[in-house]
Design a protein around this ligand. Structure first.
Ligand SMILES: NC(=O)C1=CN([C@@H]2O[C@H](COP(=O)(O)OP(=O)(O)OC[C@H]3O[C@@H](n4cnc5c(N)ncnc54)[C@H](OP(=O)(O)O)[C@@H]3O)[C@@H](O)[C@H]2O)C=CC1
Ligand SMILES: CC(=O)N[C@@H](CCC(=O)OP(=O)(O)O)C(=O)O
Length: 303
């Protein structure tokens, strides 16, 4: 009988780490944990890395970079890495962990030594934009503007405490310097040549997310209709179980997919006014983080 692969989650006690640990119960893997008191002890972490086939990093960016350096010191015994932080999502040598990105991406992830798990907002934005750029419907030079709202769990432990203990704001825009850490990732993996404007916001609800992108149809390539955009998305994601392309709605609630690892894409529009609105709805902790991590773990370990 062959042994189950061993996984170590560095940052297991954090928001993302805990969610991944819960989901791992559905896979034939052995989880190697370290005592909570030693969770930041370099020697204990290095030992756990050496014992693992795959290390999942659920750490802040700086700690993630240090963890990668630590894994490198193991030389030939270095485990494969899946990083949940923002640190390596546009870095050379890392494969972007969005299996639905293109026909070849799932295979690239399954063979990669280092995979970066996508950000929550980029998951929605890239899923909407990339197939339209690839199909030639949306020019890579289009001045894309992306609006998004997230549940407060997206801000990790400190934001969760602020909302649950002090009662956070009902709704707030942030990232108003237009330099949010997710913009480079969206810019690169959506295939855009022009840097998109990204306006995130957070609401006083735990989990859920909507990413929305308005488009002027007359500024797209050719005489494109909202239906053409829907068809391009439906064709790209046909047969995918996590990403579904659905019909337009008149209202969308951000919390509807809370607890799910799926994502819903829609194209809304006014044919009369030649305007469209692309939307992606997901759980920021599901397909936006831990659900995607589980897909990548299963691909990397051939499970
Ligand atoms: N929340 C979300 O929606 C998403 C988060 N992510 C990414 O996942 C990563 C973790 O985020 P999140 O889970 O929300 O954050 P949390 O703050 O909830 O958790 C981070 C965890 O890492 C631990 N930690 C911090 N520094 C070190 C260190 N030097 N060595 C070992 N452990 C350390 C923390 O311990 P302690 O609390 O004791 O300091 C904590 O357990 C981030 O990079 C984030 O960008 C990715 C997708 C979505
Ligand atoms: C609401 C909120 O604060 N969201 C976070 C994004 C979620 C996150 O930190 O995770 P990833 O970068 O790994 O996706 C933010 O805007 O910084």
């Amino acid at each position: 009988m062959t042994q189950n692969p061993t996984i170590f989650i560095d940052g297991e006690a954090g928001t993302t780490g805990l969610e991944i640990r819960e989901r791992l119960a559905t896979l034939p893997v052995t989880l190697h944990s370290i005592d909570h008191a030693h969770r930041k002890d370099p020697a204990a972490r290095k030992e756990a890395m050496a014992a693992a086939d795959l290390v999942v990093l659920c750490l802040p960016d700086a700690a993630s970079r240090e963890a990668v350096e630590m894994a490198e010191t193991l030389g030939a015994n270095a485990p494969r890495l899946l990083d949940a932080s923002t640190a390596f999502r546009t870095a050379p040598g890392w494969v972007y962990g969005f299996p639905e990105l293109s026909a070849a991406q799932a295979e690239a992830i399954s063979g990669a030594p280092r995979v970066s798990n996508p950000g929550c907002y980029p998951t929605g934005a890239i899923a909407l934009l990339r197939p339209l750029v690839d199909a030639g419907l949306l020019s890579a030079q289009y001045p894309v503007c992306i609006n998004a709202i997230s549940g407060y769990t997206g801000g990790g432990r400190s934001m969760i405490e602020a909302h649950e203990q002090e009662g956070g704001p009902a709704f707030e825009l942030y990232g108003l310097g237009l330099e949010h850490k997710h913009v480079p990732e969206i810019h690169l993996h959506a295939g855009l040549k022009r840097r998109p404007v990204f306006v995130p916001s957070v609401g006083h609800f735990a989990r859920g997310m909507i990413v929305s992108i308005p488009l002027h149809l007359d500024d797209l390539n050719g005489s494109v209709s909202a239906e053409d955009l829907h068809t391009a998305l439906a064709t790209r994601y046909a047969g995918q179980d996590k990403v579904r392309v659905l019909n337009a709605e008149s209202t969308l609630s951000a919390e509807a997919l809370s607890g799910s690892d799926g994502m819903e894409l829609r194209v809304h529009g006014s044919p009369r006014n030649r305007q469209a609105l692309l939307t992606a709805r997901l759980d920021n902790l599901g397909k936006g983080a831990s659900g995607a991590a589980l897909q990548n773990i299963a691909l990397m370990l051939g499970l």
